[in-house]
Write a protein that binds this ligand. Structure first.
Ligand SMILES: NC(=O)c1ccc[n+]([C@@H]2O[C@H](COP(=O)([O-])OP(=O)(O)OC[C@H]3O[C@@H](n4cnc5c(N)ncnc54)[C@H](OP(=O)(O)O)[C@@H]3O)[C@@H](O)[C@H]2O)c1
Length: 198
């Protein structure tokens, strides 16, 4: 079992993009990080890349397809037995990630960010029915800080690198939320570091 003073984090969909950048920043900050990926080969390759930056010693791999309940149970058991606690969960896995060039998927992925940012600027997030699952979870678990974030238009494979914000900048916004104090806001939707009406 792990030491109580150590800090532990899990990042989902972390073999590339925003997730991998978040893993790097958490590991640099002293966390022991579980880098999860749905594909074991892609996950282990990501860990290999981290060894070049000297961070691999703080990162462990665990397979996780977020859409697979048995995978989720297995990860929960791993955390329980190996660490006995979890300080931060960054649920980053993007189900829209496209590995095959598909014009319609690309347009849908890009368009989903742009209409969201437009609704945010116009103050119509709530009336347009953007998901409120975060608020439901936050109410159910008042001892946790549970928030979600639109990090901006980040340059990753999700948008075929058409984004205008570097991945490190996006990851820094994620970490800002992850490091909220125990009495900080919960159940909110942040857009780039700003809280919305939600
Ligand atoms: N980039 C942006 O502009 C932007 C804007 C708003 C929100 N976001 C959100 O940011 C998150 C990260 O996206 P990204 O831009 O870094 O995209 P990305 O580079 O395409 O990465 C997506 C990651 O999610 C993983 N993934 C997809 N389905 C999964 C599943 N069922 N289980 C586990 N992992 C899964 C992918 O794994 P594989 O490699 O195996 O496919 C990949 O590691 C997503 O939730 C996305 O919606 C991004």
């Amino acid at each position: 079992m792990a030491e109580a003073t150590k800090r532990y984090a899990v990042v989902t969909g972390a073999n590339k993009g925003l997730g991998l950048a978040v893993v790097k920043q958490l590991a640099s900050d002293g966390f022991t990080v579980v880098l999860t990926a749905r594909d074991e080969k892609r996950g282990l390759e990501a860990i290999e890349k981290l060894s070049q930056s000297g961070l691999a010693g703080s990162v462990v791999f665990h397979q996780l397809d977020v859409a697979n309940p048995a995978n989720i149970d297995s990860l929960a058991e791993f955390i329980k037995t190996q660490f006995g606690k979890l300080d931060i969960l960054v649920n980053n896995a993007g189900i829209m990630g496209a590995t095959i060039v598909d014009t319609d998927a690309y347009k849908a992925a890009t368009a989903s960010v742009i209409p969201f940012l437009k609704d945010f600027k116009e103050g119509s997030i709530e009336s347009k029915g953007w998901p409120a699952f975060t608020r439901v979870l936050a109410k159910k678990y008042p001892d946790f800080r549970i928030n979600c974030l639109c990090p901006g238009f980040i340059k990753t494979d999700l948008n075929f690198n058409a984004g205008n914000v570097p991945v490190e900048e996006g990851a820094a916004k994620v970490l800002k939320l992850a490091f909220l104090p125990n009495d900080g806001p919960s159940g909110f939707f942040f857009v780039e570091s700003e809280v919305t009406g939600f």
